[in-house]
Write a protein that binds this ligand. Sequence first.
Ligand SMILES: NC(=O)c1ccc[n+]([C@@H]2O[C@H](COP(=O)([O-])OP(=O)(O)OC[C@H]3O[C@@H](n4cnc5c(N)ncnc54)[C@H](O)[C@@H]3O)[C@@H](O)[C@H]2O)c1
Length: 335
Amino acid sequence: MDKKLKVANIGMKFGMSHVEGAMSCDAEIAAICDSDEENLRFAGERYSIPEEKRFLDYKDLLEREDIDVVTVAIPDQQHCRVSCDFLRAGKHVLCEKPLALTREDLEEIIKTEDESDAQFMVGQICRFTPAFEKAKELVESGTIGEVYFIESEYAHDYMKLVDNWRSDPLRHGVIGGGCHAVDLIRWIVGDPVEVFAYGTHKLLPTVAYDDATVAIMKFNDNLMGKVFVSTGCKRDYTMRTCIYGTKGTIICDNTSPTMTLFTTDEEGVVKEPQTIDVQVNNHNAAKEFEVFADAIANNRKVLTDAREGAKTVEVCLSIVESSETGKPVRPDYNF
Ligand SMILES: NC(=O)c1ccc[n+]([C@@H]2O[C@H](COP(=O)([O-])OP(=O)(O)OC[C@H]3O[C@@H](n4cnc5c(N)ncnc54)[C@H](O)[C@@H]3O)[C@@H](O)[C@H]2O)c1
């Protein structure tokens, strides 16, 4: 890229990974912003950002002409308002997942993206996780034949994370965290046409939503799927994912240095499993920013634009609706 991108990073907790992602792509950090003074100071000192580039109110950055790209890593409830404000101000926006929590907000971001000349990307970071990239490559190369079943889980103990905006009933665990597993499945095999879900609530007494949900999915093309989301689980964080095909099976996750590949011989007999080494890089913010910067430089849309992010949230909303009504739900992808 000939011109150095100038970046403003909003939200200085998980958002510090965006500072690092931008820095690793040789972008210039023009501003950091956090409404909490202490978090702002901590990040400023950590990355040696001078005080004149630290802001408490993102609105002070809207009119700044020396900012090309904004990253948004603040509570999910605010993604829509803040991303839309920056898009309207002509800034390219990389916003954290989930895109938004309600159908109204999803539609608002899509409309604003359509009306803006700036680019928008939702950070579905699992699409840059080495094991999942490899799994998709193996599926696309036909190594495991035709996929007939895919399952992914999002198991993450939120016990110490929920006494804040994450306990909002709108921020159901299936949407906030489960969107990773749902997006991974959509990315590899496409959109489910129907979902059916059950939920239980045993582990997080202070949240209003189920802390475990299992959803089965029906796809076109004789294919099934399953998502398991547990936000109270008593184990290390994992997104264990299995992909079953007519000629083999892939078992992988985002926290292991290896993945397992089963393939078959010419007679369909399963061979010794192969162990494939993969880099553990669960939050590959550098690659995510690189892809966005490349799309901006070449004026090309990213894969995870607002519509794509909205489809993932729509599946999550359908899962929540099914677990609450006890009925199958067909996601409405008509955005
Ligand atoms: N991709 C991933 O795997 C991943 C992991 C963690 C979090 N996230 C997402 O990142 C976002 C932030 O999560 P977090 O864990 O950092 O949350 P957090 O609550 O730990 O931190 C949020 C930060 O944003 C600041 N903030 C809140 N409102 C603001 C505003 N209007 N302007 C400026 N700053 C504001 C807060 O002061 C705080 O420092 C969420 O959308 C979350 O879903 C994604």
